[in-house]
Design a protein around this ligand. Sequence first.
Ligand code: IMP
Ligand code: MG
Length: 181
Amino acid sequence: METIRVKDRDFAPFIDSPVIQEAVERVAAEIERDYKDKCPLFLVLLNGAFIFAADLLRCFRHPCNISFIKVASYSGTSSTQDVKVLIGLNEDLKGRHVVILEDIIDTGITMENILGQLAAQNPAEIRIATLLFKKDAFLKDFPIDYIGIQIPTDFIVGYGLDYDGFGRNQPHIYKITASKL
Ligand code: IMP
Ligand code: MG
């Protein structure tokens, strides 16, 4: 594997595709074990989790439902604070066993916000599966039920993750390098 250029930055090889697949299969097996008889509703967090979800869900062999959600930012009219709203959720969550599929949890701020909005709909349970977890950057205390790979606090791209909209299509995961231009 070689260093790649994404937009205007260089990224060095970090996690090879077979290592990612191994982690995805392990997480899928853990979820399968826990949800055999529960018919989970998987909520895939777009855009980043689309490849993780596609690979993971092909390993999940029991009945389930799959839906896609997205966080949209609206600039508040009276404050500088952005309002983050969940869009795309068409399912009734009441009594459902929800499993959120996310690409990466960094500070946890995004996920905490999503958890709050989903919990308001009275699901039976909400669990979180994330491919990547930046443990040292995590500021929250909600449990993360399924973790693929723990990584240091570096910026990464590939396997669904982007740098300014680019790099999502890379099959491997790359880490940003210090060099600029
Ligand atoms: P958090 O709210 O700090 O946990 O950030 C979560 C979101 O930030 C993720 O869903 C990603 O979209 C994005 N993100 C965090 N770290 C990275 C990274 O290293 N590369 C690409 N996107 C990232
Ligand atoms: Mg994301």
